[in-house]
Every structure is written in structure tokens, then in C-alpha cells.
Design a protein around this ligand. Structure first.
Ligand code: FA5
Length: 527
């Protein structure tokens, strides 16, 4: 029969092959009852709990011991619970107060109990320790029980026991039941009541009991000579240099054992995705550019042929700054933009008509799209070819929902060269989406004041249907002409947050910014 050397069968392994720690643990288990929990076993052997458990698991694999796991529930007092355990529950103190005076008005109770009066009255009535009686205009609380009957409530006993350290559910139940006849359901009811009053809180812990098996006992008996000799767990330069490793025993390793989970630092999944996008565009021959967050309305809107009365320019859509600034463009460029808006400049265009106001162009704002960045780059690089992209933050006054946030990232790009066409634009975008993991996208006719033709890119998401990922088109001549650009410009602006949300399997764009440690730990690292 072929034997996989990593498989451990009953009887295959003798104590001769146990590590020193395993031998120590086995010997300890062999004593007396042979049942221990990991803490006592650790104390007995003088080996730390982790190492004890590791050894116990190895012994269990060889059927030399058994490990039973049990989830135990514990209780502890909250800060408020601790205070009440010392001075008594408010209703208890209020009851004594009422008994002393043979009843008291709500005001008297308020004077005596201050902030606690509500809790006290509430529970006095709930526990039937007092009733309300109207005497004239006054409302009195009258005690309904005599002192002897009310010596201690079960909830108070539980508080006492927990404060004395009977914190494990079973121990607590045992102690309570020696004093009071109580079913499990009743006990649960009291514990729930104390938790909802925020006086105790529960937590759970897995506890392990390690017991030697018959095989283990035989092993210990038959090998009274089990010797615990020191083993080398790690080869050091010292051991090699001096040669003292010779003749010594080496610790055995089982390379098939599951290792402890480690969570190394890693780059945030969203940042990784941004880096991947950068890499894709760089590999496609693009150069990354950067621009200012604060832009003038001129570069964000006017130079893009967005009319001055366009709704997107309104205060409720755009974050404006209180300040204005001289437009950073040549007088000639500004004049050409003005002419273009008013009557189409020297082109066969009507423009938007009306008067173009320079002061509106001077208004400063938080850029609403990265198109402001690529356009001003184009204005200073009017000669072909231009192939640049920009990944950056943009800002809009938005009502927040699963696909809208006021601060999000866009991936902008332009290609300007002689003879580039609309199909080149669609091909370029399809290539990008394909590389980033969206093999099927669709283009729909769109509208932007600065492009013609214009498209919107969409991707299908099972739960949400088609989601709009970005806009694209060929810059209109009304945009390129004032900048001195004579060739077609393919342009796009893609929303990255939405793409990231789909690609990272999130249902809500806001989750990209939530510090959810489990999600971060489990997020797969993909190139
Ligand atoms: C624009 O911003 C255009 N500048 C794109 C463009 C560039 C068109 C160049 C033509 C030429 P739009 O407003 O549709 O277009 O925004 C682009 C993408 O950003 C949207 O498709 C969407 O994916 C994303 N987006 C828009 N608003 C939000 C928001 N509030 N939260 C998250 N993503 C958003």
C-alpha cells in the first residue's frame, strides 16, 4: 500500500516522533484525571497557551488526546451596573424611601433622586412595589409591599453574583438556582432585562477541554521512559559555525498544518484599482497630467462652450468659492471664447447668443469635472499629437445615494491627432473597460455641450440594471477653435467610483470610503 508520508494514522507515530513540547503536554495529560483546559495545562507545563494548544492539536491528530470545544457565555457589569451593584437599584432605594415615609409625592422623589427619578418610578410600578394614589391635587406613590417581602429581587441577586465574579452562564445559573427555583427561560428573561437596562453585558469565549485518550494513556504507560530532550527549532548561524547541531534533535514540522492567519498591510483596494487604471492608460501610450482642484468657471465651463445660463453652473449644483480671480488665459483666448458664445466666432455656428460676461468666467469653484484639466492642457499644447489622461477628484453638490456622492474621482482622457475618428474613441474606451474587467459595455447617444457626437458608456449590473459609467465624444469646434487646435480631439470623462464599486462587489459607492476592517482584510489582491 502506498503511504502518503504526510498522512498520520493511528499507531503510525510513536512518541519518539513527538516534539519536546508535545511530549511535555502528553505527560501532563497523563497525570491524574487527564482533563485540562488550555490555561491550566499551560500553567502546569510552563508552556504558553498558544504553544500548548498547537501541541494539543498535534496530539489530537494522532489520537493521543481529544479536544472538546465549547462556546461559553459570560456576563460582566457595565459601569452603571457596577454602580447599582454597590449602592442598590434606584427602585430599591426609592422603595425604602417610600416605606420610611409611608408614601411620597413625585416631587419629593424627584428632590431625593434627581436624574434617577424616572427610572426609579418606572421600575417601582413595573415591579408592583408601589402604586399611584391621587390625594387632592397631589399624586402619591404608596408602597405596596412590606419590607420583609422585598428583601432582594432576582435581578438584584444576579447583579450581586456577577459582581462577585460568577460570570460564566452555567456557574451563574447554578448559584442562582441553589437559592431560587427558576427555569432556564425565567433566568434568560432576567438576564435580558438586565442587558436591556444596560446593567450587564454578555460576551462569549470558546473554551477547550483537553483530555487524554485511551491510546494516549497506553502510550504514556508503555513508555515510562518518554524523555523530554531539548530540540532545535531553528538553525542559527551560531549552531552552523560551531557545528554543535551535530547529534542534536531537530523539531519536526508538519508543512500541511493550517497556519495562523496573518493580515499583512496592503494597499487599499480602491487605491489599487486607481493604480491599475493608471497602468492601463500608460501602457496604451498615454501620459498622466495633473491640474488644480480650484478652477475658474472659465476653464470649468466657458472654454468648454457651456452656456452661462446652463443649470449645471447653478449654485445648487456647483461649489463656488467666495473669491474671484483674473482668468488664467491669454486675452486672445478669452476674446475668442466670448465671440464663440455670443455668435459662434468665425465658425459656421450661431453660438448661444446674448452677452458673454467675463466676471462670470472669473468665478472660482471646485472643479465639477476633470475635463477642465485636459482642456487647459490642450490649450497650452495645441500641436498634435496629444495623448494624455488625468485621474483626480471632482466635486458636485449632490444628494447622496448609493451611486452619487459629492466628492468622487474621474478618469479623463483626450487624444488629439490628425485623422483620429469616433471609432477610435469607442475602440479606446472598449479596450480600457475590457482590460479593467468589463468585457461587455454599451454606448448610448448622449449630450454634452462640448462634444458632438456624444455618447454615454454604460455597464450592466445584475441588481441595478444599466449603470452610467461615463461620458465621451469629439470636442466641438466651438471648443477647439479658440484654443488654436486644428485637429479632432477625442475626449472622455469616466466616473471611477461607480466602476470601483461594481468591480469590488460593493452595493453602495459610499462603502469605498468606509473603514470596514473585515472587508479590507478579505479583499483579494488582484493585479
Ligand atoms: C462629465 O462629467 C463629462 N465631463 C464627461 C465627458 C468628458 C463627456 C469629456 C464628454 C467628453 P457626467 O456628469 O455624466 O459627465 O459624469 C461622468 C461620470 O461621472 C458619470 O457617468 C458617473 O459615472 C460619474 N458621476 C457623476 N456624478 C457622480 C456622483 N455624484 N457620484 C459618483 N459618480 C458620479
Amino acid at each position: 500500500m502506498l503511504r502518503g508520508h504526510s498522512m498520520i494514522r493511528k499507531g503510525d507515530i510513536t512518541t519518539a516522533e513527538l516534539t519536546a513540547t508535545e511530549k511535555r503536554v502528553l505527560l501532563a495529560l497523563g497525570e491524574k484525571g487527564g482533563k485540562w483546559n488550555q490555561r491550566t495545562l499551560s500553567e502546569k507545563t510552563g508552556i504558553n497557551e498558544d504553544a500548548v494548544m498547537q501541541a494539543a492539536f498535534m496530539l489530537a491528530q494522532r489520537e493521543l488526546c481529544e479536544i472538546k470545544e465549547e462556546k461559553k457565555v459570560y456576563y460582566r457589569l457595565t459601569e452603571e451596573g457596577r454602580a447599582y451593584a454597590e449602592e442598590g437599584l434606584p427602585e430599591r432605594r426609592a422603595l425604602y424611601f417610600l416605606i420610611d415615609r409611608n408614601g411620597a409625592t413625585v416631587e419629593e422623589l424627584r428632590d431625593a433622586f434627581g436624574d434617577e427619578v424616572k427610572i426609579a418610578i418606572n421600575w417601582l410600578l413595573k415591579k408592583n412595589w408601589a402604586r399611584i394614589e391621587k390625594r387632592g391635587a397631589e399624586r402619591y406613590l404608596i408602597p405596596t409591599i412590606v419590607l420583609e417581602e422585598s428583601l432582594s429581587g432576582i435581578d438584584e441577586e444576579i447583579l450581586d453574583f456577577v459582581s462577585e465574579g460568577a460570570t460564566e452562564r452555567g456557574t451563574l445559573a447554578g448559584r442562582i438556582k441553589t437559592r431560587i427555583l427558576l427555569t432556564e427561560d425565567e433566568l434568560n428573561g432576567f438576564l435580558t432585562q438586565l442587558s436591556s437596562r444596560n446593567l450587564v453585558e454578555s460576551y462569549s469565549r470558546v473554551e477547550r477541554e483537553i483530555a487524554i485518550t485511551e491510546v494516549g494513556k497506553e502510550e504514556v504507560l508503555s513508555r515510562r521512559d518518554i524523555s523530554v530532550e531539548d530540540e532545535i527549532a531553528q538553525l542559527t548561524p551560531e549552531l552552523l559555525r560551531t557545528g554543535s547541531w551535530r547529534g542534536r534533535k531537530f523539531k519536526r514540522y508538519d508543512v500541511n498544518l493550517a497556519s495562523k492567519e496573518v493580515f499583512p498591510a496592503k494597499i487599499h483596494p480602491y487605491q489599487r484599482l486607481l493604480d491599475r487604471m493608471r497602468r492601463i492608460f500608460t501602457e496604451m501610450g498615454f501620459v498622466e497630467i495633473k491640474g488644480e482642484v480650484v478652477q475658474s468657471a472659465f476653464w470649468n465651463f466657458d472654454a468648454l462652450f457651456v452656456p452661462q445660463d446652463h443649470p449645471a453652473r447653478e449654485m445648487q449644483d456647483t461649489f463656488y468659492l467666495a473669491a474671484r480671480k483674473r482668468i488664467e488665459a491669454s486675452d486672445e483666448e478669452i476674446e475668442k471664447v466670448k465671440q464663440m458664445h455670443e455668435h459662434g466666432g468665425s465658425l459656421n455656428s450661431t453660438g448661444w447668443g446674448g452677452e458673454w460676461k467675463r466676471e462670470l468666467g472669473e468665478e472660482l469653484l471646485l472643479r465639477t469635472h476633470t475635463t477642465a484639466v485636459t482642456l487647459s492642457y490642450l490649450a497650452s499644447h495645441p500641436e498634435p499629437p496629444v495623448k494624455v489622461f488625468c485621474i483626480d477628484r471632482v466635486y458636485r453638490r449632490e444628494t447622496i445615494d448609493p451611486t452619487h456622492i459629492p466628492e468622487f474621482d474621474q478618469l479623463e482622457g483626450i487624444v488629439m491627432d490628425e485623422g483620429v475618428t469616433f471609432s477610435n474613441l469607442l475602440g479606446c474606451l472598449a479596450t480600457f473597460y475590457n482590460k479593467i474587467g468589463f468585457p461587455s459595455i454599451r454606448f448610448r447617444p448622449g449630450y454634452f455641450p462640448y462634444t458632438e457626437p456624444s455618447v454615454e458608456v454604460e455597464v450592466y449590473m445584475a441588481e441595478r440594471g444599466w449603470i452610467e459609467l461615463g461620458g465621451a465624444g469629439i470636442f466641438r469646434e466651438e471648443v477647439t477653435n479658440p484654443m488654436g487646435v486644428d485637429y479632432p480631439v477625442l475626449a472622455w470623462g469616466l466616473g471611477i467610483g461607480r466602476l470601483a464599486m461594481i468591480s469590488l462587489g460593493l452595493a453602495d459607492i459610499r462603502d469605498l470610503y468606509q473603514p470596514d476592517i473585515d472587508w479590507l482584510r478579505n479583499a483579494r489582491i488582484v493585479r
